[in-house]
Design a protein around this ligand. Structure first.
Ligand code: SF4
Length: 216
């Protein structure tokens, strides 16, 4: 496990060096595109979100959409039948319970069907600039690999990261680790040889010693 100061330093470096800029920050767009992003690549999410929002830009419109029309538009995002059902349901709930506006607090967001902590925290951080750490597969994998946390579940990772990172950086962490996870610390075959954190990262050091024979 990394020393807390070292862990903080690594996280701040990732935030500075791999910042993520969000083209769109409207709450309904961020919420729906995050649901669409599950188990697919960014390019597919973008394509599906663009097509969907051209036709159904608001919760009111999406709540009244035909499922088959939505399925067609979001097909590039994969699992389009389940996703279409889920996003129409979410739009209906937003219209019925929140007068068509996405709520800006965690508790309300979590009441929306199919919205978990990750999605809710992304909406809070990106759309409302409210301090929240969204832990997705990248954040969970990288912070455990490095030895910043030692956790089994994303919810535990969120709690541990909140203890290490000052609140003012929370909104930026997810995007930066997603970028870093796509470019360097990839799910399979991470590029440890070109990674600036290999000296401190537990996984990187273990790999290096195995290659050199030191770890035998
Ligand atoms: S050294 Fe390897 S495992 Fe560690 S953060 Fe860098 S790429 Fe990821």
């Amino acid at each position: 496990m990394l020393d807390k100061k070292v862990a903080l330093n690594v996280l701040l470096n990732v935030i500075n060096l791999y910042p993520r800029y969000h083209e769109r920050r409207e709450p309904f767009y961020v919420l729906i595109s995050t649901v669409l992003s599950q188990r697919t690549r960014d390019a597919n999410t973008d394509e599906a979100s663009r097509a969907l929002f051209e036709k159904f830009p608001t919760a009111y419109e999406l709540s009244r959409a035909e499922k088959k029309d939505v399925e067609k538009l979001i097909k590039p995002a994969g699992m389009y039948k389940q996703k279409a059902e889920r996003i129409i349901e979410i739009a209906k709930e937003i219209v019925e319970k929140y007068k068509g506006k996405v709520p800006s607090d965690l508790k309300s967001l979590l009441t929306l069907k199919g919205v978990g902590r990750k999605t809710a925290n992304i909406v809070l951080a990106v759309s409302f600039n409210i301090p929240a750490i969204a832990v997705d597969v990248h954040v969970h994998r990288i912070t455990n690999r490095m030895g910043i946390v030692k956790t089994k579940k994303p919810e535990e990772t969120e709690v541990e990261l909140m203890k290490i990172l000052p609140k003012k950086y929370w909104t930026k962490l997810n995007g930066a680790l997603v970028n870093f996870g796509q470019q360097i610390c990839t799910p399979r075959n991470p590029k440890c040889a070109e990674c600036m954190f290999r000296e401190v990262c537990e996984y990187g050091r273990r790999n290096a010693s195995e290659v050199s024979g030191d770890g035998a």
